[in-house]
Design a protein around this ligand. Structure first.
Ligand code: BG6
Length: 470
């Protein structure tokens, strides 16, 4: 695609805008039993219950980035990346979570970083993306404070090993998701349904985060920034009725502000604390925690946005026998006329991205932020291949463009947003959905030895990045 002239660009982004994508170790690396990697909860759960994964496809091979990273990073350049977020697999680096560092893993991540830098792609590194080492889960995962200490040691090792070349670090990706999946709604291992345990897991995740931030700051890494990646699904009430508004407020407290407030402001929202107290669900805490959280706020916020959350006041009294759930306080609301991505079952509401950014500007001190994930998973994309073998994913281009218009508007209104990372670079393994929905700018053909081909959106993204706008 050709470079455009100035006049042809309607939406120009600030100089140096970060264009790229995000992914995670378990979703692309494969080599689950190679290179000295220890098992994580995904390897284990798949072994126990392969039926829980779409078409029975597990995490052993995924997109084989472990072996093909050079080819993949060259392709990243071809689709216009100037930055790329990946995660380090804790169980690859420290197979049992606490012991020896695996030198093969050190070499692998070193090589990946080198290759990115050779291509002028800035590495953004995340430390935890849903992938608890099995040895750590066996002693209770985030419920156990010893696991918090093990995580902080792991984080420190990563900063020491790679901090000279990696300048953007993230403690967690979507930390609410393992809470939801593993302790409330049964879509991650350990498949517990228990609100009290969920609260404890969420709380210890924040303690782990704050301690990692503290360690990072003590190390004084030159030009280094540390942050967290949050899925800030905005909560929209059905109506202006006070009961609907309150329902939306509570959903916001549980799913967004439980991590956003402590990470950015250093304090939990008082009304969340009161709500948990009233229902007897406060976590076990230690005295110095409050100060730890207060002192260790982030430099940079990553925002993942896929869909809004629409809620209304509850229609019925909750079943007193049923497990206590966040939905004790609200019902989900299906807005008539909503636009859907039918494959993932998620509403598409582009303005949501703007609403999040304005909220960050107005209520979170306009902290430096970027869109760290946004994207569209579509099933059966092979049917859109044209005679040249290129997948014609115009719907993805439209999805990105329509979201970017709102990001652009937010920038014009003064939001401190520095970049846009798509989910994701190449088709990858979506947890229990495995390879059902494809998100990549680059297709991975599972039938043909995982052959990579750039999709139409990949060419479009390259032009977007080169023109710094569209
Ligand atoms: C985000 C995660 O929730 O959304 C990714 O950070 C995930 O790990 C992505 O893959 C898309 O969701 P899904 O469930 O369709 O893979």
């Amino acid at each position: 695609m050709k470079q455009r002239t100035n006049q042809e660009i309607s939406f120009r982004f600030p100089k140096g805008f970060w264009w790229g994508s995000a992914t995670s170790a378990t979703q692309i690396e494969g080599a689950a039993k190679e290179g000295g990697k220890g098992p994580n909860i995904w390897d284990y759960w798949y072994e126990k219950e392969p039926n829980r994964f779409f078409n029975g496809v597990g995490p052993e091979v995924t997109s084989d980035f472990y072996h093909r990273y050079k080819e993949d990073i060259a392709l990243m350049k071809e689709v216009g990346h100037n930055s790329f977020r990946f995660s380090i697999s804790w169980s690859r680096l420290i197979p049992d979570g606490v012991g020896e560092v695996n030198q093969e893993a050190v070499k692998f991540y070193h090589d990946v970083i080198t290759e990115l830098l050779i291509h002028d792609i800035e590495p953004f590194v995340n430390l935890f993306h849903f992938d608890m080492p099995l040895a750590m889960q066996k002693i209770g995962g985030w419920e156990n404070r010893n696991v918090v200490d093990a995580y902080v040691r792991y984080a420190k090792i990563c900063f020491e090993l790679f901090g000279d070349r990696v300048k953007k670090w993230f403690t967690h990706n979507e930390p609410i998701v393992p809470v939801e999946g593993g302790y409330l709604y049964d879509f991650h291992y350990p498949n517990v349904v228990d609100f009290q345990r969920a609260v404890q897991v969420a709380y210890h995740t924040i303690i782990a985060h704050a301690k990692a931030v503290q360690t990072f700051k003590q190390m004084n890494i030159q030009d280094g920034k540390i942050g967290i990646i949050l899925n800030l699904t905005p909560s929209y009430p059905r109506s202006a009725h006070p009961a609907d508004v309150r329902a939306a407020h509570i959903a916001d407290l549980f799913f967004n502000r439980s991590f956003l407030d402590p990470a950015v402001t250093g304090e939990y929202p008082q009304d969340l604390v009161e709500l948990l107290r009233e229902h007897g669900h406060l976590p076990v805490t230690e005295e110095e925690d409050k100060e730890l959280i207060k002192q260790n706020t982030i430099d940079l916020l990553g925002i993942n946005y896929y869909q809004p959350r629409r809620v209304k006041a509850k229609e019925h009294l909750p079943n007193p026998e049923a497990p206590f759930m966040p939905e004790r306080f609200f019902d989900y609301y299906v807005m008539p006329g909503r636009k859907m991505n039918p494959y993932r079952g998620w509403e598409i509401y582009e303005k949501g991205i703007y609403d999040i950014l304005i909220n960050i500007k107005e209520n979170y001190n306009n902290i430096e932020c970027f869109i760290s994930e946004n994207g569209m998973g579509v099933e059966g994309e092979e049917r859109f291949r044209d005679e040249n073998g290129v997948i014609q994913d115009d719907y993805r281009i439209e999805f990105i463009r329509e979201h970017l218009k709102w990001v652009h508007k937010a920038i014009e209104e003064g939001v401190n947003v520095k970049g846009y990372h798509l989910w994701t670079f190449m088709d990858n393994w979506s947890w229990t959905n495995a390879y059902k929905n494809r998100y990549g700018l680059v297709a991975v053909d599972l039938e043909q030895n995982e052959k990579r081909t750039i999709k139409k959106s990949g060419y479009w993204f390259k032009a977007l990045s080169e023109n710094n706008g569209f």
